[in-house]
Design a protein around this ligand. Structure first.
Ligand code: ADP
Length: 423
């Protein structure tokens, strides 16, 4: 089907987050990992391309995003969404501004909006300043981020050095007045030559107004939340046909494997909780793998009843992680564990697992790569920002959920299984 909205996300978990919010509407959402190398086929009304461009060089990020745009245009899309983090993660050089400007040039449009607000997750924009909970961005933990430290909360000041054309603001006073007032403000800013408009939003109601006013702009940019109202608006105004494909749950075998490579506090709690439910579990030990390889976990896996959803985990508390890293090196330990879990994913699939639950952002990347997954259809949400997805791997239809470290509650691994069972 013709794509109505073509979305490009600057990282993988951001893409799943956006895809999950769009799929809340019940319509089919398809996610592609990287720019597809073949022309569009079997496209959905909402297509999301996941890039890895957040911390890439500006040149690389712009080139990759333009390639994604061309693919989405070939899929029929006329409206586009550029998704970045709700904490506006970028360096002074970019990549948010340069990418948006390149997309505007390619689309021949003179104006776009910037709205990273995500009220449900505590991200608000007021008078152009971004807040994380009750703190301004530059006083939040984001000020110390290792790759993209955010030391200013003012989005206009952050954006101005990244773009060549004027930056302006449509503030909450305008947004609160309604969609028509916002359209008027955008038009008057446009008449003054303002190409980049930061738009305030502090509550879901604001997002609804912004989406209503901006739904036909060639390019919208923001966090994932501003896209959430779009499917319903496109259905209501007939842009999206009522007969458009719905989100569907295919028949999936029952064999299940849980693979956990995140060492976050929440994942540690999730692993402990799952083991306490009586699940069979095997702990990967980096030192043992360095000495003896992965024969032991693979032998253990081969003996498991996959209908009882066994767990293989490297998840450990900080002291244990440090000890392994001191001995083997940080990068090598990480890589080794990721490869071990990726090998377990393949072995589990070949042993009959059709439901794969993965914890850890990097771990998810390694597992999807090993399983040869390039396209995912989005299913039901298990926790905010973490949907089930459906894809092909090794000639099998499988269900896959990819959870980044701190997402979900303690019972996530059981919740995921129940959620799929309920579909
Ligand atoms: P998160 O989403 O929590 O950041 P990731 O999968 O992105 O999780 O990152 C966790 C990293 O820690 C991975 O590179 C993984 O291989 C590594 N890791 C997992 N378990 C251990 C361990 N026991 N010791 C050292 N490193 C580990």
């Amino acid at each position: 089907m013709t794509t109505i909205l073509g979305c490009i996300a600057d990282d993988f978990t951001g893409a799943t987050d956006l895809a999950g919010l769009l799929a809340r509407s019940g319509v089919r959402v398809s996610l592609r990992i990287g720019v597809p190398t073949t022309p569009p086929t079997d496209t959905a009304a909402f297509e999301v391309i996941a890039l890895k461009s957040r911390t890439a060089s500006v040149t690389e990020a712009v080139a990759e995003t333009r390639a994604a745009l061309r693919w989405l245009q070939a899929a029929g899309a006329k409206r586009f969404f550029w998704k970045y983090c709700s904490t506006f993660d970028s360096t002074a050089k970019g990549n948010i501004g340069p990418v948006a400007e390149a997309l505007m040039t390619d689309l021949g449009t003179d104006q776009t909006i910037y709205c990273p607000a995500f009220p449900e997750n505590g991200r608000a924009v007021f008078m152009g300043n971004l807040f994380v909970g009750q703190q301004p961005l530059s006083e939040s933990p984001m000020k110390d981020h290792p790759l993209t430290p955010m030391q200013d909360s003012n989005l206009m000041r952050l954006l101005a050095p990244q773009v060549t054309r004027p930056v302006g603001l449509a503030d909450r006073l305008t947004v609160a007045t309604g969609a028509q007032a916002l359209r008027g403000k955008l038009a008057s800013l446009g008449a003054e030559g303002v190409a980049h408009v930061v738009v305030d939003a502090v509550a879901d109601k604001d997002l609804q107004i912004i989406a209503t006013a901006c739904r036909d702009m060639p390019l919208i940019t923001g966090g994932s939340a501003i896209a959430m109202p779009l499917p319903a608006l496109y259905l209501a105004d007939g842009t999206l046909s009522k007969d458009a494909a719905k989100r569907a749950t295919p028949a999936i075998g029952t064999g299940t494997i849980v693979l956990s490579g995140s060492c976050s506090a929440m994942t540690n709690a999730q692993v402990a909780h799952y083991i306490a439910t009586g699940a069979a579990a095997f702990q990967l030990d980096p030192l043992a793998i360095a000495d003896h390889g992965i024969a032991a976990p693979l032998d253990w896996l081969a003996a498991q009843d996959l209908d009882r959803a066994p767990l293989i985990y490297a998840t450990a508390h900080p002291a244990r992680v440090k000890a392994a890293q001191n001995k083997i090196g940080v990068a090598r330990t990480g890589e080794m564990i990721e490869q071990a879990l990726a090998a377990c994913a393949i072995a589990a699939r070949d042993h009959g697992a059709r439901r794969v639950i993965v914890a850890g952002g990097e771990t998810s990347g390694a597992v999807t790569k090993a399983l040869g997954v390039a396209q995912l259809d989005i299913g039901a949400e298990i926790a905010p920002g973490v949907p089930w997805t459906f894809c092909q791997s090794g000639g099998h239809q499988i269900a896959l959920t990819l959870k980044s470290g701190n997402f979900g509650t303690e019972s996530f691994f059981s919740d995921a299984q129940m959620r799929l069972g309920a579909e």
